[in-house]
Design a protein around this ligand. Structure first.
Ligand SMILES: CC(C)(COP(=O)(O)OP(=O)(O)OC[C@H]1O[C@@H](n2cnc3c(N)ncnc32)[C@H](O)[C@@H]1OP(=O)(O)O)[C@@H](O)C(=O)NCCC(=O)NCCS
Length: 146
C-alpha cells in the first residue's frame, strides 16, 4: 500500500467511497475547493492501483483539523485507516502543526477506537452537531506533538 497526496484525478474513486461512507457526502467540487487551500492537505491510500482510503487536514496556525476520513467498505479492518492517519500526523508535524482535532459521531465506535489508538482523547461534545440522523459530536484532540 502507498500513501500519497490526493490530486484531482483521484476524485472519481474518492467520490465513490465518500458516497458509501457518509449520509451527507461531499461533492467533487467541495474537495477541489478544499484541496486548493494552501494550508490544507489531503492524502489517499492506494492498493493494487486503486484508491482505498483518504483523509484531509485543514491547518490553522499550529493546529490541524482532521476531516473526510474514510476507507473503502470492502477493505475496512485491514489497517488502512491507521496507516493513513499515521501518515497524516507525520505530514502535519512536518508543516509545524502541534495539535490535531476532529469531530466524530458519538455512535461511531470504529472511528473513535481508531482515533484513541492514535493518541486522541475526548475533550468535549457538540450537541446535535450532525443531521441525517441527528446526533451529538464527540470532540477529540491530540495535543503537543513533537
Ligand atoms: C473509521 C474507519 C476509517 C476505520 O478504517 P479501517 O481501515 O477499517 O481501520 P483499521 O483497520 O486501520 O483499524 C484500526 C483500529 O480502529 C479500530 N476499529 C476499526 N474498525 C473497527 C470496528 N469495526 N469496530 C471497532 N473498532 C474498530 C480498532 O481499534 C482498530 O484496531 P484493531 O484492528 O487493532 O482492533 C472506517 O471504518 C470508515 O471508513 N468508516 C466510515 C467513515 C467514517 O466513519 N469515517 C470517520 C468519520 S469521523
Amino acid at each position: 500500500m502507498l500513501v500519497r497526496e490526493m490530486d484531482t484525478n483521484d476524485l472519481d474513486e474518492v467520490w465513490e467511497i465518500e458516497h458509501e461512507s457518509f449520509s451527507k457526502p461531499w461533492s467533487k467540487s467541495s474537495f477541489i475547493q478544499s484541496m486548493s487551500e494552501v494550508n490544507n492537505f489531503y492524502l489517499v491510500v492506494v492498493k493494487d492501483g486503486k484508491v482505498v482510503g483518504y483523509c484531509g487536514c485543514w491547518g490553522i496556525l499550529d493546529e490541524g483539523h482532521i476531516c473526510n476520513v474514510a476507507v473503502k467498505e470492502s477493505v475496512r479492518r485491514q489497517g488502512v485507516g491507521i496507516l493513513m492517519l499515521k501518515e497524516l500526523i507525520s505530514h502535519a508535524q512536518a508543516r509545524g502543526i502541534r495539535s490535531l482535532t476532529l469531530e466524530v459521531r458519538e455512535s461511531n465506535m470504529p472511528a473513535i477506537n481508531l482515533y484513541k489508538k492514535l493518541g486522541f482523547t475526548v475533550a468535549g461534545m457538540r450537541k446535535d452537531f450532525y443531521t441525517r440522523p441527528q446526533e451529538n459530536a464527540i470532540i477529540m484532540w491530540r495535543r503537543e506533538m513533537q
